[in-house]
Write a protein that binds this ligand. Structure first.
Ligand code: SF4
Length: 72
């Protein structure tokens, strides 16, 4: 899994950092943009990342599903 985002569309709702705090962080709780902490999250985070993508109100988060095991 690879996680990417278009920071220009982020409205800083904070949904992603609440849902997958090991992968996403909000730089500024008062309206800043999110940042990706881990573009290649471990499999244990994949469900949370998919939920964060679903919950993002501005479709900022994109997920590329690739290999089953991506330990690189
Ligand atoms: S859920 Fe989407 S809009 Fe909200 S902070 Fe994360 S990337 Fe930005």
């Amino acid at each position: 899994m690879k996680v990417t985002a278009n920071p220009t569309t982020c409205i800083a709702s904070g949904n992603c950092s609440r849902t997958a705090p090991r992968v996403f962080a909000n730089l500024d709780e008062n309206g800043g943009f999110m940042s990706i902490l881990d573009e290649r999250p471990p499999e244990s985070e994949w469900d949370a990342v998919r939920e964060a993508e679903d919950l993002c109100p501005s479709a900022t988060i994109q997920i590329e599903e690739d290999d089953e095991a991506d330990d690189a």
